[in-house]
Design a protein around this ligand. Structure first.
Ligand SMILES: [Zn+2]
Ligand SMILES: [Zn+2]
Length: 154
């Protein structure tokens, strides 16, 4: 693994100093936003085990198959948080997660609810609103690589 890799969650921190310890179980999310970020990163890295482990028991799916559809996650923007600090036991995080799937750029906007049990944050559920845009094959790739879309994430 590249130690200088920027964390996919968009924090501008290095991956080993941001979401990696949380995903690997060497650290804990102190806030709902941190958990949200680590789950986005886990989605982008297909860390299914962590995704399930950080899901509240009441709403956790039996299994997750992130390989089912080839999704390329390209960015996360946290819009707003309500409560969810280390002092709280619940909180919400509103965000936009962008990804490319089958030649479409999708912006998934969701307001997620988080709950804390025995000092551990879990994802509860969310209200999604998604928007999709088609990308021209010759336009520059939205992942920021600087390459044409058809030569990059298509
Ligand atoms: Zn991160
Ligand atoms: Zn790309």
């Amino acid at each position: 693994m590249n130690k200088q890799e920027q964390c996919p969650c968009g924090s501008k921190k290095l991956f080993p100093e941001c979401c990696m310890p949380i995903i690997q179980g060497n650290g804990m999310a102190e806030t709902a936003e941190q958990l949200m970020r680590s789950r986005y990163t886990a989605f982008s890295k297909k860390e299914n085990e962590y995704l399930l482990a950080s899901w509240a028991k009441e709403t956790r799916p039996k299994q997750l198959d992130t390989d089912e559809v080839p999704i390329k996650w390209i960015g996360l923007e946290v819009l707003d948080t309500e409560e969810g600090s280390s002092e709280d036991n619940s909180g919400t995080v509103s965000f936009i997660a962008s990804f490319i799937v089958s030649g479409h750029l999708c912006h998934l906007q969701e307001k997620s609810r988080f709950t804390k049990k025995d000092d551990i944050w879990f994802y509860l559920d969310g209200i999604p609103k998604s928007a999709t845009t088609k990308i021209a094959r010759n336009s520059s790739c939205p992942c920021g690589s600087g390459k044409k879309f058809k030569r990059c994430c298509l």
